[in-house]
Design a binder for this molecule. Sequence first.
Ligand SMILES: Cc1cc2nc3c(=O)[nH]c(=O)nc-3n(C[C@H](O)[C@H](O)[C@H](O)COP(=O)(O)O)c2cc1C
Length: 407
Amino acid sequence: MNDDASRMSRRQLLGSVAGAGAAIALAPRSAAAEFAMSDELNHIDAPIAADSLASISDFEKAARVRMSSMAYEYVSGGAGDEQTLAWNEGAYREITLRSRVLVDVSQLDTTVQLFGRTLPHPILLAPTAYHKIVHPDGEIATARGAAAADTTMIVSSFATVSIEEIARAVPKAPLWFQLYVQPDRGFTRALVQRAEQAGCSALCLTVDTPVLGARNRETRVSFQLPAGMTRANLESLSPATASSSHRPPEGAIYSEVLEPRLTWKDVEWLRGIAKVPVLLKGVLDADDAKRAAELGVDGLSVSNHGARNLDTVPATVTALPRVAEAVNGRLPILLDGGIRRGTDVLKALALGATAVAIGRPYLYGLAVDGSAGVSRIMQILRTEFEMAMALTGRTSLSSIDRTVLWE
Ligand SMILES: Cc1cc2nc3c(=O)[nH]c(=O)nc-3n(C[C@H](O)[C@H](O)[C@H](O)COP(=O)(O)O)c2cc1C
Protein backbone atom coordinates (compact mmCIF):
# COMPACT_ATOMS: atom_id res chain seq x y z
CA MET A 1 0.00 0.00 0.00
CA ASN A 2 2.89 2.34 -0.68
CA ASP A 3 1.85 3.71 -4.04
CA ASP A 4 0.68 7.30 -4.20
CA ALA A 5 -2.79 6.43 -5.47
CA SER A 6 -3.71 4.29 -2.44
CA ARG A 7 -2.07 6.77 -0.05
CA MET A 8 -4.20 9.54 -1.52
CA SER A 9 -7.41 7.60 -1.22
CA ARG A 10 -6.72 6.71 2.39
CA ARG A 11 -5.92 10.31 3.21
CA GLN A 12 -9.11 11.47 1.53
CA LEU A 13 -11.11 8.97 3.51
CA LEU A 14 -9.43 9.96 6.74
CA GLY A 15 -10.08 13.59 5.94
CA SER A 16 -13.75 12.93 5.43
CA VAL A 17 -13.95 10.92 8.63
CA ALA A 18 -12.29 13.62 10.66
CA GLY A 19 -14.22 16.41 9.02
CA ALA A 20 -17.70 15.01 9.55
CA GLY A 21 -18.67 12.94 12.57
CA ALA A 22 -21.63 11.80 10.47
CA ALA A 23 -19.35 10.06 8.00
CA ILE A 24 -18.27 7.52 10.56
CA ALA A 25 -21.81 7.00 11.78
CA LEU A 26 -22.88 6.20 8.23
CA ALA A 27 -19.98 3.96 7.38
CA PRO A 28 -18.35 2.90 10.63
CA ARG A 29 -16.86 -0.36 9.43
CA SER A 30 -14.90 0.71 6.42
CA ALA A 31 -13.73 3.95 7.97
CA ALA A 32 -12.69 2.30 11.22
CA ALA A 33 -10.86 -0.49 9.47
CA GLU A 34 -9.18 2.04 7.19
CA PHE A 35 -7.70 4.20 9.91
CA ALA A 36 -6.85 1.16 12.04
CA MET A 37 -4.31 0.39 9.33
CA SER A 38 -3.12 3.95 9.02
CA ASP A 39 -0.47 5.83 10.92
CA GLU A 40 -2.18 9.15 10.30
CA LEU A 41 -4.05 10.81 13.11
CA ASN A 42 -7.27 12.80 12.99
CA HIS A 43 -9.42 13.12 16.05
CA ILE A 44 -12.75 11.26 15.81
CA ASP A 45 -15.60 12.30 18.06
CA ALA A 46 -18.07 9.50 17.30
CA PRO A 47 -17.72 5.97 18.70
CA ILE A 48 -16.15 3.42 16.37
CA ALA A 49 -17.91 0.06 15.91
CA ALA A 50 -15.78 -2.29 17.98
CA ASP A 51 -16.68 -5.34 15.93
CA SER A 52 -15.05 -3.76 12.87
CA LEU A 53 -11.61 -4.00 14.48
CA ALA A 54 -9.69 -7.25 14.32
CA SER A 55 -6.76 -7.03 16.71
CA ILE A 56 -5.55 -5.30 19.86
CA SER A 57 -3.20 -3.21 17.77
CA ASP A 58 -6.13 -2.04 15.61
CA PHE A 59 -7.76 -0.90 18.84
CA GLU A 60 -4.67 0.95 19.98
CA LYS A 61 -4.56 2.90 16.73
CA ALA A 62 -8.30 3.61 16.83
CA ALA A 63 -8.09 4.64 20.50
CA ARG A 64 -5.43 7.16 19.67
CA VAL A 65 -7.84 9.13 17.53
CA ARG A 66 -10.65 8.81 20.08
CA MET A 67 -8.74 9.83 23.21
CA SER A 68 -7.57 13.25 24.29
CA SER A 69 -3.80 13.49 23.97
CA MET A 70 -3.54 13.80 27.76
CA ALA A 71 -5.47 10.55 28.25
CA TYR A 72 -3.57 8.75 25.51
CA GLU A 73 -0.17 9.75 26.88
CA TYR A 74 -1.23 8.76 30.40
CA VAL A 75 -2.47 5.34 29.35
CA SER A 76 0.13 4.36 26.78
CA GLY A 77 3.22 5.79 28.44
CA GLY A 78 5.85 4.02 30.52
CA ALA A 79 8.73 5.06 32.75
CA GLY A 80 12.08 6.50 31.73
CA ASP A 81 13.17 5.63 28.22
CA GLU A 82 10.42 3.00 27.99
CA GLN A 83 12.86 0.12 27.54
CA THR A 84 10.79 -2.16 29.74
CA LEU A 85 7.64 -1.02 27.95
CA ALA A 86 9.10 -2.26 24.67
CA TRP A 87 10.45 -5.46 26.26
CA ASN A 88 7.10 -6.38 27.84
CA GLU A 89 5.61 -6.84 24.39
CA GLY A 90 8.82 -7.63 22.51
CA ALA A 91 9.82 -10.56 24.73
CA TYR A 92 6.84 -12.57 23.48
CA ARG A 93 8.10 -12.25 19.92
CA GLU A 94 11.35 -13.92 20.93
CA ILE A 95 9.53 -17.01 22.23
CA THR A 96 8.72 -19.55 19.54
CA LEU A 97 5.92 -22.10 19.66
CA ARG A 98 5.72 -25.74 18.62
CA SER A 99 2.72 -26.50 16.49
CA ARG A 100 1.44 -30.07 16.83
CA VAL A 101 -0.72 -31.99 14.39
CA LEU A 102 -3.33 -34.73 14.40
CA VAL A 103 -4.66 -34.04 17.86
CA ASP A 104 -8.46 -34.00 18.29
CA VAL A 105 -9.07 -30.38 19.24
CA SER A 106 -12.81 -30.39 18.63
CA GLN A 107 -13.38 -29.62 22.31
CA LEU A 108 -11.33 -27.13 24.26
CA ASP A 109 -11.58 -26.54 27.98
CA THR A 110 -10.29 -23.08 28.93
CA THR A 111 -11.60 -23.08 32.51
CA VAL A 112 -9.25 -22.34 35.37
CA GLN A 113 -9.67 -22.76 39.13
CA LEU A 114 -8.76 -19.70 41.18
CA PHE A 115 -9.45 -19.38 44.89
CA GLY A 116 -12.16 -22.02 44.87
CA ARG A 117 -13.98 -20.56 41.87
CA THR A 118 -14.07 -21.73 38.29
CA LEU A 119 -13.32 -18.99 35.77
CA PRO A 120 -14.38 -19.70 32.18
CA HIS A 121 -11.03 -18.51 30.84
CA PRO A 122 -7.69 -17.35 32.26
CA ILE A 123 -7.72 -13.65 31.24
CA LEU A 124 -8.57 -10.94 33.80
CA LEU A 125 -8.72 -7.16 33.64
CA ALA A 126 -5.75 -5.73 35.55
CA PRO A 127 -6.50 -2.75 37.79
CA THR A 128 -6.06 0.60 36.08
CA ALA A 129 -6.82 4.06 37.44
CA TYR A 130 -9.10 6.83 36.19
CA HIS A 131 -11.38 5.24 33.56
CA LYS A 132 -13.44 8.43 33.25
CA ILE A 133 -10.56 10.10 31.44
CA VAL A 134 -11.01 7.41 28.78
CA HIS A 135 -14.82 7.21 28.65
CA PRO A 136 -17.54 9.32 30.31
CA ASP A 137 -19.11 6.26 32.00
CA GLY A 138 -15.72 5.26 33.38
CA GLU A 139 -15.47 2.06 35.40
CA ILE A 140 -19.20 1.38 35.04
CA ALA A 141 -18.74 0.86 31.29
CA THR A 142 -15.66 -1.27 31.89
CA ALA A 143 -17.49 -3.43 34.42
CA ARG A 144 -20.42 -3.94 32.05
CA GLY A 145 -18.07 -4.91 29.23
CA ALA A 146 -16.19 -7.30 31.50
CA ALA A 147 -19.42 -8.86 32.77
CA ALA A 148 -20.67 -9.36 29.22
CA ALA A 149 -17.45 -11.21 28.44
CA ASP A 150 -17.46 -13.36 31.62
CA THR A 151 -14.31 -11.66 32.79
CA THR A 152 -13.12 -10.83 36.28
CA MET A 153 -12.41 -7.12 36.68
CA ILE A 154 -9.88 -5.98 39.27
CA VAL A 155 -11.07 -2.54 40.36
CA SER A 156 -8.35 0.00 41.13
CA SER A 157 -8.18 1.90 44.42
CA PHE A 158 -7.88 4.93 42.13
CA ALA A 159 -11.13 4.28 40.24
CA THR A 160 -13.17 7.35 39.30
CA VAL A 161 -16.36 5.50 40.36
CA SER A 162 -16.71 4.04 43.86
CA ILE A 163 -16.48 0.30 44.38
CA GLU A 164 -20.08 0.27 45.66
CA GLU A 165 -21.42 1.93 42.50
CA ILE A 166 -19.48 -0.43 40.26
CA ALA A 167 -20.76 -3.47 42.16
CA ARG A 168 -24.33 -2.16 41.93
CA ALA A 169 -24.01 -1.78 38.15
CA VAL A 170 -22.97 -5.42 37.66
CA PRO A 171 -24.65 -7.28 40.54
CA LYS A 172 -23.48 -10.83 39.85
CA ALA A 173 -20.26 -10.15 37.98
CA PRO A 174 -16.92 -11.23 39.43
CA LEU A 175 -14.94 -8.33 40.91
CA TRP A 176 -11.66 -8.16 42.77
CA PHE A 177 -10.26 -5.05 44.43
CA GLN A 178 -6.75 -3.62 44.04
CA LEU A 179 -5.47 -2.02 47.20
CA TYR A 180 -3.05 0.85 47.52
CA VAL A 181 -2.47 0.84 51.27
CA GLN A 182 -2.95 4.38 52.51
CA PRO A 183 -0.69 5.98 55.10
CA ASP A 184 -3.82 6.07 57.32
CA ARG A 185 -4.26 2.38 58.25
CA GLY A 186 -7.69 3.02 59.78
CA PHE A 187 -8.87 4.34 56.43
CA THR A 188 -7.22 1.40 54.66
CA ARG A 189 -9.00 -1.10 56.90
CA ALA A 190 -12.34 0.61 56.15
CA LEU A 191 -11.57 0.51 52.42
CA VAL A 192 -10.87 -3.23 52.59
CA GLN A 193 -14.18 -3.77 54.38
CA ARG A 194 -16.03 -1.68 51.81
CA ALA A 195 -14.56 -3.75 48.97
CA GLU A 196 -15.48 -6.99 50.72
CA GLN A 197 -19.00 -5.79 51.44
CA ALA A 198 -19.39 -4.77 47.80
CA GLY A 199 -18.68 -8.40 46.89
CA CYS A 200 -15.03 -8.34 45.81
CA SER A 201 -13.78 -11.90 46.12
CA ALA A 202 -10.03 -11.18 46.27
CA LEU A 203 -7.66 -8.35 47.12
CA CYS A 204 -4.62 -7.46 45.02
CA LEU A 205 -2.20 -5.61 47.23
CA THR A 206 0.02 -3.52 44.97
CA VAL A 207 3.54 -3.75 46.39
CA ASP A 208 5.60 -2.28 43.57
CA THR A 209 4.68 1.38 43.98
CA PRO A 210 6.08 2.96 47.15
CA VAL A 211 6.77 5.86 44.79
CA LEU A 212 5.96 6.39 41.12
CA GLY A 213 8.51 6.08 38.33
CA ALA A 214 9.75 8.85 36.03
CA ARG A 215 6.82 9.15 33.67
CA ASN A 216 8.06 11.74 31.23
CA ARG A 217 5.05 11.55 28.93
CA GLU A 218 2.72 12.43 31.81
CA THR A 219 4.97 15.33 32.74
CA ARG A 220 5.06 16.63 29.16
CA VAL A 221 1.26 16.80 28.94
CA SER A 222 0.97 18.11 32.55
CA PHE A 223 -1.22 15.15 33.40
CA GLN A 224 -3.87 15.79 36.04
CA LEU A 225 -7.38 14.54 36.71
CA PRO A 226 -9.79 16.82 34.85
CA ALA A 227 -12.21 18.90 36.90
CA GLY A 228 -15.16 16.89 38.18
CA MET A 229 -13.27 13.60 38.38
CA THR A 230 -12.04 12.21 41.67
CA ARG A 231 -10.50 9.12 43.16
CA ALA A 232 -13.96 8.08 44.28
CA ASN A 233 -12.84 5.37 46.71
CA LEU A 234 -10.62 7.79 48.57
CA GLU A 235 -13.09 10.66 48.83
CA SER A 236 -13.56 10.33 52.58
CA LEU A 237 -9.79 10.35 53.09
CA SER A 238 -8.84 13.63 54.63
CA PRO A 239 -5.14 14.51 54.47
CA ALA A 240 -5.81 17.81 56.21
CA THR A 241 -6.86 16.10 59.42
CA ALA A 242 -4.35 13.25 59.22
CA SER A 243 -1.75 13.01 61.94
CA SER A 244 1.89 13.58 60.98
CA SER A 245 2.59 9.83 60.83
CA HIS A 246 0.04 9.64 58.03
CA ARG A 247 1.70 12.33 55.97
CA PRO A 248 4.22 11.42 53.28
CA PRO A 249 7.87 12.11 54.01
CA GLU A 250 9.27 15.35 52.58
CA GLY A 251 10.57 15.04 49.03
CA ALA A 252 9.50 15.26 45.44
CA ILE A 253 9.26 11.54 44.89
CA TYR A 254 6.50 10.91 47.47
CA SER A 255 2.75 11.02 47.04
CA GLU A 256 -0.06 11.62 49.51
CA VAL A 257 -1.89 8.52 48.34
CA LEU A 258 0.99 6.03 48.10
CA GLU A 259 2.68 4.47 51.13
CA PRO A 260 6.49 4.47 51.03
CA ARG A 261 6.59 2.81 54.47
CA LEU A 262 4.88 -0.39 53.26
CA THR A 263 6.76 -3.56 54.34
CA TRP A 264 6.22 -7.30 54.82
CA LYS A 265 4.70 -6.50 58.23
CA ASP A 266 1.84 -4.75 56.47
CA VAL A 267 1.25 -7.83 54.37
CA GLU A 268 0.78 -9.83 57.57
CA TRP A 269 -1.50 -7.08 58.92
CA LEU A 270 -3.62 -7.15 55.79
CA ARG A 271 -3.89 -10.93 55.85
CA GLY A 272 -5.05 -10.64 59.44
CA ILE A 273 -7.93 -8.29 58.60
CA ALA A 274 -8.93 -9.57 55.14
CA LYS A 275 -11.76 -12.06 54.77
CA VAL A 276 -10.91 -12.83 51.14
CA PRO A 277 -7.71 -14.13 49.49
CA VAL A 278 -4.81 -11.65 49.31
CA LEU A 279 -2.45 -11.55 46.31
CA LEU A 280 0.72 -9.49 46.08
CA LYS A 281 0.77 -7.54 42.83
CA GLY A 282 4.07 -6.43 41.41
CA VAL A 283 6.53 -9.20 42.31
CA LEU A 284 9.36 -9.77 39.83
CA ASP A 285 12.11 -11.15 42.03
CA ALA A 286 12.40 -14.82 42.97
CA ASP A 287 13.54 -14.04 46.53
CA ASP A 288 10.47 -11.85 47.08
CA ALA A 289 8.28 -14.57 45.60
CA LYS A 290 9.76 -17.16 47.94
CA ARG A 291 9.22 -14.94 50.94
CA ALA A 292 5.62 -14.30 49.92
CA ALA A 293 4.98 -18.03 49.59
CA GLU A 294 6.56 -18.69 53.00
CA LEU A 295 4.39 -15.98 54.53
CA GLY A 296 1.35 -17.76 53.17
CA VAL A 297 -0.14 -15.14 50.86
CA ASP A 298 -2.80 -16.57 48.60
CA GLY A 299 -1.33 -15.59 45.25
CA LEU A 300 1.21 -13.51 43.37
CA SER A 301 0.99 -11.28 40.39
CA VAL A 302 4.16 -11.06 38.33
CA SER A 303 3.95 -7.48 37.15
CA ASN A 304 6.18 -4.48 36.50
CA HIS A 305 3.19 -2.15 36.66
CA GLY A 306 2.93 -2.05 32.90
CA ALA A 307 6.52 -0.71 32.75
CA ARG A 308 5.37 2.50 34.44
CA ASN A 309 7.62 2.43 37.50
CA LEU A 310 11.22 1.21 37.22
CA ASP A 311 12.55 1.31 33.70
CA THR A 312 15.00 -1.42 32.57
CA VAL A 313 13.58 -4.16 34.80
CA PRO A 314 12.95 -7.24 32.68
CA ALA A 315 9.77 -8.02 30.81
CA THR A 316 7.33 -9.85 33.04
CA VAL A 317 7.43 -12.96 30.86
CA THR A 318 11.23 -12.96 31.24
CA ALA A 319 10.94 -12.76 35.05
CA LEU A 320 8.16 -15.37 35.24
CA PRO A 321 10.15 -18.65 35.07
CA ARG A 322 12.33 -17.74 38.09
CA VAL A 323 9.30 -16.70 40.11
CA ALA A 324 7.48 -19.90 39.14
CA GLU A 325 10.50 -21.94 40.18
CA ALA A 326 10.72 -20.17 43.55
CA VAL A 327 7.01 -20.62 44.22
CA ASN A 328 7.12 -24.25 43.08
CA GLY A 329 3.37 -24.66 42.73
CA ARG A 330 2.56 -23.39 46.23
CA LEU A 331 0.55 -20.40 44.95
CA PRO A 332 -1.35 -19.39 41.85
CA ILE A 333 0.62 -16.90 39.74
CA LEU A 334 -0.99 -14.15 37.70
CA LEU A 335 1.05 -12.31 35.10
CA ASP A 336 0.41 -8.98 33.43
CA GLY A 337 2.38 -6.74 31.07
CA GLY A 338 2.54 -6.77 27.30
CA ILE A 339 -0.16 -9.37 26.59
CA ARG A 340 -1.51 -8.40 23.17
CA ARG A 341 -2.18 -11.74 21.45
CA GLY A 342 -3.70 -15.10 22.32
CA THR A 343 -0.29 -16.64 21.68
CA ASP A 344 1.09 -14.39 24.46
CA VAL A 345 -1.45 -15.88 26.86
CA LEU A 346 -0.40 -19.39 25.85
CA LYS A 347 3.30 -18.58 26.34
CA ALA A 348 2.72 -17.08 29.79
CA LEU A 349 0.78 -20.17 30.88
CA ALA A 350 3.50 -22.41 29.44
CA LEU A 351 6.10 -20.61 31.55
CA GLY A 352 4.21 -20.98 34.82
CA ALA A 353 1.36 -18.46 35.01
CA THR A 354 -2.00 -19.74 36.23
CA ALA A 355 -3.80 -16.84 34.55
CA VAL A 356 -2.96 -13.48 32.97
CA ALA A 357 -4.31 -9.95 33.11
CA ILE A 358 -4.42 -7.12 30.58
CA GLY A 359 -4.27 -3.38 31.23
CA ARG A 360 -3.92 -1.01 28.28
CA PRO A 361 -5.76 -3.22 25.76
CA TYR A 362 -9.12 -2.93 27.50
CA LEU A 363 -8.61 0.80 28.08
CA TYR A 364 -8.23 1.13 24.33
CA GLY A 365 -11.44 -0.90 23.93
CA LEU A 366 -13.17 1.40 26.40
CA ALA A 367 -12.00 4.49 24.51
CA VAL A 368 -13.11 3.16 21.15
CA ASP A 369 -16.60 1.89 21.97
CA GLY A 370 -17.29 1.86 25.72
CA SER A 371 -18.45 -1.44 27.21
CA ALA A 372 -18.79 -2.99 23.72
CA GLY A 373 -15.13 -2.19 23.11
CA VAL A 374 -14.08 -3.89 26.36
CA SER A 375 -16.10 -7.01 25.46
CA ARG A 376 -14.68 -7.08 21.95
CA ILE A 377 -11.11 -6.92 23.28
CA MET A 378 -11.87 -9.94 25.43
CA GLN A 379 -13.55 -11.75 22.56
CA ILE A 380 -10.50 -11.20 20.35
CA LEU A 381 -8.03 -12.40 22.98
CA ARG A 382 -10.10 -15.41 23.98
CA THR A 383 -10.60 -16.47 20.36
CA GLU A 384 -6.91 -16.07 19.58
CA PHE A 385 -6.01 -18.02 22.71
CA GLU A 386 -8.30 -20.89 21.74
CA MET A 387 -6.78 -20.91 18.24
CA ALA A 388 -3.31 -21.05 19.77
CA MET A 389 -4.34 -23.94 22.04
CA ALA A 390 -5.83 -25.88 19.14
CA LEU A 391 -2.83 -25.30 16.87
CA THR A 392 -0.39 -26.49 19.54
CA GLY A 393 -2.58 -29.51 20.23
CA ARG A 394 -3.62 -28.52 23.76
CA THR A 395 -7.18 -29.16 24.83
CA SER A 396 -7.11 -27.90 28.42
CA LEU A 397 -5.10 -25.51 30.55
CA SER A 398 -3.57 -28.41 32.47
CA SER A 399 -2.05 -29.68 29.21
CA ILE A 400 -0.20 -26.39 28.64
CA ASP A 401 3.38 -26.65 29.84
CA ARG A 402 6.88 -25.86 28.56
CA THR A 403 6.58 -28.48 25.83
CA VAL A 404 4.38 -25.92 24.03
CA LEU A 405 7.57 -23.93 23.45
CA TRP A 406 10.23 -24.52 20.80
CA GLU A 407 13.05 -24.87 23.30
C1 LIG B 1 -3.30 3.71 32.68
C2 LIG B 1 -2.86 2.69 33.68
C3 LIG B 1 -3.23 2.83 35.00
C4 LIG B 1 -2.84 1.88 35.95
N1 LIG B 1 -3.29 2.00 37.23
C5 LIG B 1 -2.97 1.04 38.13
C6 LIG B 1 -3.51 1.08 39.44
O1 LIG B 1 -4.29 1.97 39.78
N2 LIG B 1 -3.14 0.10 40.31
C7 LIG B 1 -2.29 -0.91 39.95
O2 LIG B 1 -1.97 -1.78 40.78
N3 LIG B 1 -1.79 -1.00 38.70
C8 LIG B 1 -2.12 -0.06 37.78
N4 LIG B 1 -1.65 -0.17 36.50
C9 LIG B 1 -0.86 -1.34 36.11
C10 LIG B 1 -1.77 -2.47 35.58
O3 LIG B 1 -2.47 -3.07 36.64
C11 LIG B 1 -0.98 -3.59 34.87
O4 LIG B 1 0.06 -3.99 35.71
C12 LIG B 1 -0.44 -3.18 33.50
O5 LIG B 1 -1.30 -2.29 32.84
C13 LIG B 1 -0.24 -4.41 32.63
O6 LIG B 1 0.42 -4.09 31.46
P1 LIG B 1 -0.29 -3.85 30.02
O7 LIG B 1 -0.91 -2.50 30.12
O8 LIG B 1 0.85 -3.93 29.09
O9 LIG B 1 -1.31 -4.94 29.83
C14 LIG B 1 -2.02 0.79 35.55
C15 LIG B 1 -1.65 0.65 34.21
C16 LIG B 1 -2.07 1.58 33.28
C17 LIG B 1 -1.69 1.38 31.84
